[in-house]
Design a protein around this ligand. Structure first.
Ligand code: PLP
Length: 421
């Protein structure tokens, strides 16, 4: 009976006799939710989800869309999500350490593999210590409140990721928002923030909508001048930016100037899930005592720890994967530019194809899929009005032929819809 009900739900037919909550409050809630959902549809901002029926990778099978779809919209920058050694390590961890801990870390949820992974992360970033979270969203939600008090100040780039914005909302520090990558504005805000005890500048290392990289050298110089700390979110940098894939701080030569790094295990590092903070040991010790998403949420499952741990081993052994991704990115960016497209950002595998018009981005993305290329269009409110785009993400496991096929399809579709002459 249970199986039958689930199958009916999966086929979108309802369970037959769902337990309908009754009462006027529920009826009122339903009306309100339905009207809100209608507003979202009406505004054209409804997010639908395509169903993948294969592993994550450069070639996908989409439900209803056939096999052999070329995938250019995952954060699988290094192609490790389905790497055989990563999968094997995950299965081994699952068999040896079980499905999960049924506990938070400080009660009975810390296994040797959690401590080993934290050591590997700290070693990879050349920091004193690291702490694991269920996601980087949690790491960002947990750090600012634990670290900053009303005596302190946090200065945040206006285009920082939603999780940084939410994390900052939760803390009681004085808040400054500086214009995107605008060093004059940051300096003015740092001057004003001199009256506070401690200043923390918070920025994404690489920004996911534009593929642009924070001017970390200049940020670190200003931080030094005004005695501030620097925090970076490296979700779109860890594993592949810089000569050894250490991230934005390595790329820009400021590894010794950035104090705190938050990043994810859910993108380049195997793509399963999980996040972390790495930095000075007393900070990590404090987070273990005070950070709420760490204290009050379950430990990372062993299978997930196994994936990330193997991904880091592969990166520590060789920088070949990171280097190959850089070459693929260069190929796509230069061929698209030669074809007449404008690609935002520089040297980053996030390659936003700038189109301006929201409808154009939507129909072109749809037409790309008709040609077997999976890309996503972004428009307002995710990006500013008039700056609609199709975001392409390159992975180390795309072949040169995959990239050329994508460029050819863009050229064809761009001509058809008037984005190219
Ligand atoms: N920070 C940035 C810049 C991100 O792009 C994301 C994910 O999209 C996150 C944080 C959250 O990472 P996670 O998926 O590990 O929660």
């Amino acid at each position: 009976m249970w199986r039958g009900a689930v199958e009916r739900l999966l086929r979108g037919r309802g369970v037959g006799s769902p337990r309908a909550a009754s009462g006027s409050a529920v009826a009122q809630l339903r009306r309100r939710l339905e009207s809100e959902l209608e507003d979202i549809r009406g505004a054209g901002t409804w997010k639908s989800e395509r169903i993948i029926s294969s592993r994550q990778g450069p070639h996908l099978r989409l439900e209803g869309g056939g096999a052999g779809i070329l995938n250019f919209c995952a954060n699988n920058y290094l192609g490790l999500s389905s790497h055989p050694e990563v999968i094997r390590a995950s299965v081994e961890a699952l068999e040896k350490f079980g499905a999960g801990l049924s506990s938070v870390r400080f009660i009975c949820g810390t296994q040797s593999i959690h401590k080993d992974l934290e050591k590997k992360i700290a070693c990879f970033h050349e920091r004193e210590d690291a702490i694991l979270y269920a996601s980087c969203f949690d790491a960002n939600a947990g750090i600012f409140e634990a670290l900053l008090t009303p005596e302190d100040a946090v200065l945040s780039d206006e285009l920082n990721h939603a999780s940084i914005i939410d994390g900052i909302r939760l803390c009681k520090a004085n808040k400054y928002r500086y214009k995107h990558m605008d060093m004059q504005d940051l300096e003015a805000k740092l001057q004003d923030a001199q009256k506070h005890r401690l200043r923390l500048v918070a920025t994404d290392g690489a920004f996911s909508m534009d593929g642009d990289i924070a001017p970390l050298r200049e940020i670190c110089q200003l931080a030094q001048k005004y005695d501030a700390l620097v925090f970076i979110d490296e979700c779109h940098a860890t594993g592949f930016l810089g000569p050894n894939g250490r991230g934005t701080d390595e790329l820009l030569g400021v590894m010794d100037k950035v104090t705190i790094i938050n990043s994810t295990l859910g993108k380049a590092l195997g793509g399963a899930a999980g996040g972390y903070t790495t930095g000075p040991k007393p900070l990590i010790d404090l987070l273990r005592q005070r950070s709420r998403p760490y204290l009050f949420s379950n430990s990372l499952p062993p299978a997930v720890v196994g994936c990330a741990s193997k991904a880091l081993d592969l990166l520590m052994e060789s920088n070949a994967i990171a280097q190959s991704m850089a070459a693929k990115t260069q190929r796509f960016r230069s061929k698209m530019t030669a074809a007449g497209f404008t690609i935002s950002g520089k040297d980053h595998p996030i390659c936003p194809v700038m189109l301006g018009d929201a409808r154009l981005a939507a129909v072109m993305a749809e037409d790309m899929l008709n040609r077997g290329i999976y890309v996503i269009g972004f428009s307002y409110p995710v990006v500013p009005k008039g700056k609609a785009r199709i975001r392409v993400q390159i992975s180390a496991v795309h072949s040169d032929e995959d990239i050329d096929r994508c460029v050819d399809a863009f050229t064809e579709v761009g001509r058809k819809h008037g984005a190219l002459p």
